[in-house]
Design a protein around this ligand. Structure first.
Ligand SMILES: [Zn+2]
Length: 611
């Protein structure tokens, strides 16, 4: 889990490359996902993918002045495929009216909805489309902004543009109030790719400059219809309101450099079909979540977060919390039928008091150096030795602090291992090392207890062995040290009526090779192999293979929960990873971590497991 920061930085740098600089601080951003549905421009938005697409932020006054809050809500959604861009706009409106029927007339003399698109972001040859509640279009191309002496080419018509309007209310009828009108548009990408090769469609992460606007006139009823209000002193029409998606900071839409960003994703918004044979199998598939303690949260906040967990079908939480926090949140979790285990950092230990009083409890490498003074890889890589009976007693005493808490369902062991004698391959370059075999600085434990214990069993001191890195008995000895520790901790937890689970490395073949975990022999109630495919240069199918190996290897039938690394998975890839876990025979999944979950990740779970 320590690799989280590195992966975060990689993601962050990737984003930096594609982000256009000079994006104003308050400029909006919208991600446009793929749809595989046929979207009919009828204004109804009844295609299921529209329900999955997120609404934009509500429109604001064009000046961005928060004191000029729009009277009525306006918001948009977008989708795309290889051929088209799809737009949905919803305009709340108690008085729906429109009078202009002629294409390319000046539509904003009516109340209207407007689209501004600058695909290549150079401020040249950009597009504007206006539409009123009759569905009348004014589409034009601007060679550049008016302020730069640009020309508006109204003769430009967007080939293949389809528009549908749905009116919740009655058009041009003031006798009773209306609710809203909806615009649904199909915009062929071929009509928007000026200067680009025909047929080229935006690739993953490509951003367009875009903005959306709504013109709203002040009107009053006249007879059964409406007319614009005038200033009684001048007799002139009162000025219109302009409400926009991304604020312009002045009453002028034609400053493309101040628009928002429309980002294209290659990810499909529709859910991945899941391979459950029936409802019973689906309901038995459990979701666990690793999460931090959130010690500052009050009971109300726990309640709202755990209600969301419940709605997404989450079965259990592995939480790194202090006893007071556990006492607050456990009853709330149980109210929602959610299990709680304490996420317990086992062998890694940086307690300065312990380091001072019991330096002999810590592991020593094949160079005779203690991890206290010479930790491997990072400054906090200090591990206790699993051979030491005093360490066993110490761990049980620490566990007691949690086992005493009423309602706690179990203990979840993490870092129940030696320091990595070999790092996951994708991390070698980070540390500038190649670990094609076991090298002495990373090979633990050659402490006094281990050497004496092994010598008494095998008549050899591992420290003086010719090739300790290739000695199978010495390797097995260390698997056994961890296994007997887990057995003792398991007996201890079970004796107190609590479960014991563990976060382990993949395999167990990889786990044995890298960190000496033979977890197929551990007496656990649940096992969560961390199947973080990006650390092993693996594809999503690697998750299936590793899950299957884990399920087949267990001595006793212990449920295997595939640990999934959320920062490396888009919401749709999360669904694909669930498919791979099911195919590999997993009893469920375990997500690392709550803090990396976006609303769309949660929605992706709810789509599959929602209750
Ligand atoms: Zn040792």
């Amino acid at each position: 889990m320590k690799y989280y920061l590195q992966a975060f930085l990689i993601c962050f740098l990737r984003l930096m490359i594609v982000t256009i600089p000079a994006l104003a601080q308050d400029a909006k951003h919208y991600t446009c996902y793929r749809t595989s549905e046929r979207i009919l421009a009828d204004g109804l938005l009844n295609e299921p993918d529209w329900a999955r697409a997120e609404w934009s932020d509500d429109f604001v006054d064009i000046t961005g002045n928060p004191g000029l809050k729009p009277l009525f809500r306006t918001r948009i959604k977008m989708l795309r495929d290889d051929g088209n861009l799809y737009l949905a706009a919803e305009l709340q409106e108690p008085h729906i009216w429109a009078t202009i029927h002629k294409r390319d007339a000046v539509i904003f003399k009516d109340n209207d909805f407007e689209i501004f698109l600058d695909p290549d972001g150079d401020g040249l040859n950009y597009y504007e489309i206006e539409v009123n509640a009759l569905g009348t279009i004014w589409d034009l191309m601007l060679t550049k902004a008016y302020k730069d002496q640009g020309r508006a080419l109204s003769s430009w018509n967007m080939k293949g543009l389809k528009t549908g309007i749905h009116i919740s209310g009655t058009l041009n009828d003031a006798s009773h109030p209306d609710t809203s009108w909806t615009v649904e548009m199909v915009l062929p990408l071929s009509g928007l790719m000026h200067g680009k090769k025909p047929g080229s469609c935006p690739a993953e992460s490509v951003q367009w400059r875009a903005n959306f606007s709504r013109v709203e006139w002040k009107t009053e009823a006249q007879g059964s219809g409406y007319h614009k209000k005038t200033d009684p002193n001048t007799g002139k029409e009162l000025p219109e309101d302009n409400w926009v998606w991304s604020p312009m900071r002045e009453v002028n839409m034609h400053i493309p450099e101040r628009w928002g960003r429309l980002e294209f994703s290659d990810e499909n918004i529709s859910p991945v079909p899941l391979p459950f044979k029936n409802e019973k199998q689906k309901n038995g598939f459990r979701i666990w979540m690793w999460m931090g303690g959130h010690e500052s949260w009050k009971a109300e906040q726990w309640d709202s977060v755990l209600a969301v967990f419940r709605s997404a079908g989450i079965y259990g939480i592995l939480i790194q919390a202090d006893p007071a926090t556990l006492s607050t949140m456990i009853p709330i979790a149980h109210k929602y039928g959610i299990n709680v285990q304490e996420w317990f950092i086992t062998m890694m230990n940086n307690d300065t008091n312990l380091i001072r009083t019991h330096p002999d409890w810590f592991v020593i490498n094949r160079e005779g150096k203690s991890c206290i003074g010479d930790p491997a890889y990072v400054s906090y890589y200090r591990f206790l030795c699993p051979s030491n009976p005093e360490v066993h007693r110490y761990l049980k005493a620490r566990m007691d602090e949690y086992l005493r808490i009423p309602g706690l369902d179990g203990i979840h062991l993490d870092y129940i291992r030696y320091p990595d004698v070999i790092l996951p391959m994708a991390l070698w370059s980070k540390y500038g090392i190649i670990q094609d075999r076991e090298y002495a600085p990373y090979d633990y434990c050659y402490c006094k207890v281990c050497r004496e214990k092994f010598s008494s069993q095998c008549m050899t001191d591992p420290f003086t062995m010719a090739n300790p890195d290739s000695n199978a008995i010495w390797r097995q000895f260390r698997y056994d040290q961890l296994t007997s520790l887990v057995k003792e901790l398991g007996d201890y937890c079970h004796g107190k009526g609590k479960e014991l689970s563990a976060a382990v490395f993949p395999g167990p073949s990889i786990a044995k090779q890298l960190v000496r975990q033979a977890w197929d022999e551990w007496p656990l109630d649940e096992v969560m192999p961390m199947l973080y495919q990006n650390f092993y240069n693996g594809s999503l199918d690697w998750i299936r293979l590793e899950t299957a190996e884990g399920v087949k290897s267990m001595d006793q039938p212990v449920p295997v929960y595939s640990g999934l690394y959320i920062p490396s998975l888009t919401p749709r890839e999360l669904q694909s990873a669930i498919v791979k876990s099911v195919e590999g025979g997993a009893s469920g999944i375990c997500l690392f971590n709550y803090e990396a979950m976006t609303a769309r990740h949660m929605e992706a779970l709810r789509e599959v497991f929602g209750k």
